[in-house]
Ligand binder design. Structure first.
Ligand SMILES: Cc1ncc(COP(=O)(O)O)c(C=O)c1O
Length: 457
């Protein structure tokens, strides 16, 4: 993984390259800039979601097809952002266009169950090995429902989450999501820090925080709150601070400790689900939790989410003890797109394709890193991957904090300026689609190689 001979990179050189690339970035995007300025008059920060607000300025998208997107200035990109990991089917996939067009011509919303619900729920049950499913419209709703189900099932209130993990924008889990170092507390017992103003301290207090990949810290958190914890929620491979993979045995350990203490284990597979394997992290790491939250890629580009669980746990909904609802849950357009995505597009050959592309990326990036003796490493997990800008593996948030973020930002600028769109936020995760080709991913490697040469120049 890491290069034994890795050498420091001059920070002055990084700064110099950032200034050059930012100028080129702005120069090529005047229309985006104009729209952004106008948008600021009617939307805070000029964007519909704060995640779309990134330096040096947002890129306004125009259209997409296959592995490509075009911005409003006519710049063409290979899409490595893929709508924050949603568009694993690629843009305007003919099967999705067909299914959604046929469905909308027959009515787009009834708030009544439709036959497609069954096919999607059955397929999720097959892939994830949990029998009962309900639909939502986003990852936020899925983790919100999972938490409520766990609290209803156990009759307990407290949650345990991992430091830095993001599980959506509801109060209970907007706790210690990349907390500022001065507030985060000691590494073995992190503080619970609200992510935003507007979250009541009484809610924050109900969420305990532990470091990822640390079972002893979890044991200690349980012993501080005996008979009080409803659930441990974890993103089985963390994907918002680069990619942080679980230590061998860690996920099984989480489940054992949770169960020994009468709590449930929730996997937030909003990003990992159907992208790192057909059955997400549950399949890839071989540990089945009690509840799973899904969203993003399962909807083929429409707003879709799902929460699934053990039969006895989901019984709380059947028995009307826990309310799970939503006007748009199981929307016919969403279900039509999800059905085609799961039953026709993301088949066995799709995952073989992701693995082949991942191999090209891993091999190409490892080669560049070794050649230039860079203190970086690449991680690939089927359709997902990224570069971590330090030589050693990152095991938790505290490790991540040691990374100089200017490398990720520079890389983001290099890629965007050379025809590869990356997710705003410079965290360097990418998502591939079934429509990406070997040439598409080679473009990323070539851009990375150019940056490596420039860093050493
Ligand atoms: C792991 C994880 N969980 C939950 C969410 C929230 O999903 P949404 O933005 O669809 O509400 C996200 C969003 O990025 C996520 O990455």
């Amino acid at each position: 993984m890491s290069t034994p001979t890795a050498r420091q990179v001059s920070t002055a050189r990084v700064k110099e390259l950032i200034a050059r690339e930012e100028e080129a970035f702005r120069k090529a995007r005047p229309r985006s800039h104009k729209l952004w300025e106008e948008a600021r008059q009617v939307m805070p920060r000029g964007v519909p979601s704060s995640f779309q607000d990134a330096s040096p300025q947002p890129v306004f998208a125009d259209r997409g097809r296959g592995s490509r997107v075009w911005d409003v200035d006519g710049n063409e990109y290979v899409d490595f952002h893929n709508g924050f990991g949603v568009m694993v089917v690629g843009h305007a996939h003919p099967k999705i266009v067909d299914a959604v067009s046929r469905r909308i011509a027959q009515g787009s919303h009834f708030a009544q169950p439709v036959a497609d619900d069954l096919d999607v729920a059955r397929e999720l049950a097959r892939r994830f090995g949990l029998p009962q499913w309900r639909f939502t419209n986003s990852g936020t709703e899925s983790t919100l429902d999972a938490v409520r189900i766990a609290r209803g099932f156990t009759g307990r209130q407290r949650l345990i989450k991992m430091e830095a993990s993001y599980h959506g924008h509801h109060d209970a889990l907007m706790v210690s999501v990349e907390p500022p170092p001065e507030l985060m507390g000691p590494p073995d017992e992190p503080a619970s820090v609200p992510q935003s103003d507007g979250i009541p301290p009484a809610i924050v207090e109900l969420t305990s925080v532990v470091p990822f990949n640390d079972l002893q810290a979890l044991e200690r958190a349980f012993s501080r709150h005996p008979d009080d914890v409803a659930a441990v929620i974890v993103e089985p491979a963390m994907m918002n601070v680069g990619i942080v993979v679980p230590d061998p045995g860690y996920l099984a350990g989480l489940r054992d400790i949770a169960h020994r203490n009468g709590a449930l284990l929730i996997f937030d597979e909003v990003k990992t689900g159907v992208t790192i394997a057909a059955g997400g992290a549950t399949e890839r790491f071989g540990v089945t939790p009690d509840l799973i939250a899904l969203a993003k890629a399962i909807g083929g580009g429409l707003p879709c989410g799902a929460v699934g669980g053990r039969a006895d746990v989901m019984e709380v909904i059947e028995a009307k003890r826990v309310a799970q609802m939503g006007t748009f849950n199981g929307n016919p357009l969403t279900m039509a797109a999800s059905k085609v995505t799961l039953l026709e597009i993301l088949d066995r050959s799709a995952y073989a394709h992701f693995d082949a592309l991942a191999e090209t990326l891993q091999g190409g990036l490892d080669g560049v890193i070794a050649e230039h003796e860079l203190p970086f490493h690449a991680i690939t997990l089927a359709a997902r991957g990224g570069v971590t800008y330090r030589a050693q593996r990152v095991r938790n948030y505290r490790d991540y904090l040691e990374i100089d973020k200017s490398f990720a930002y520079l890389s983001w600028l290099y890629q965007c300026n050379r025809g590869v769109l990356m997710a705003p936020g410079a965290e360097e995760n990418w998502t591939l689609s079934v429509q990406h080709s070997a040439d598409d991913v080679q473009r990323y490697v070539d851009n990375f190689a150019e940056m490596a040469r420039d860093l050493r120049a």
